[in-house]
Design a protein around this ligand. Structure first.
Ligand SMILES: O=C(O)[C@]1(O)C[C@H](CCCOc2ccccc2)[C@@H](O)[C@H](O)C1
Length: 149
């Protein structure tokens, strides 16, 4: 059973807590990552988090999952949600189960945010619940991995 979870944050999420609290809340990315790490550790699992503004960095980190035993991915692709076939293809290639997370309710925002290149591949999608969405996604990932042989 894999005991390793990867959390990926897409472009501009490094600005969380500094700008746009109306859409994205006041938690910083460090706040979110710290809470996720504590949640995973308490359950006996390892968690790695990466934020990047560069599509190729996220893609190459996903490719690493072919060799590093990652059992589950939580990903907020951010704006790449609506644009990146390349990032979609990387997730499809490695075949690691993933949950797509969005802080805001993308379905209550501009039309262009209402299409995702990831949702049909995802195990599930959580949006609109702020940073709690990440914690809910992690809770599901932990249960999923705990049920694996
Ligand atoms: O709601 C989400 O989590 C999004 O993935 C966030 C993306 C934006 C991430 C940028 O986050 C910022 C945070 C603070 C200030 C500026 C941008 C947006 O493009 C997606 O449509 C929905």
């Amino acid at each position: 059973m894999s005991r390793s979870i990867l959390v990926l944050h897409g472009p501009n999420l490094n600005l969380l807590g500094v700008r746009e609290p109306r859409h994205y809340g006041r938690d910083t990315l460090d706040d979110i990552n710290q809470r996720l790490a504590e949640q995973a550790k308490a359950a006996g699992f390892a968690l790695t988090a990466l934020q990047s503004n560069a599509e190729h960095v996220l893609i190459e980190r996903i490719h690493q999952c072919l060799d590093d035993g990652t059992g589950f991915i939580l990903i907020n692709p951010a704006a790449f949600t609506h644009t990146s076939v390349a990032l979609r293809d990387a997730l499809a290639a490695v075949k690691v189960p993933f949950i797509e997370v969005h802080l805001s309710n993308v379905h209550a925002r501009e039309p262009f945010r209402q299409h995702s290149y990831f949702s049909d591949l995802a195990l599930g999608v959580i949006c609109g619940l702020g940073s709690h969405g990440y914690e809910l996604a992690l809770a599901h990932a932990l249960r999923h991995l705990s049920q694996q042989p």
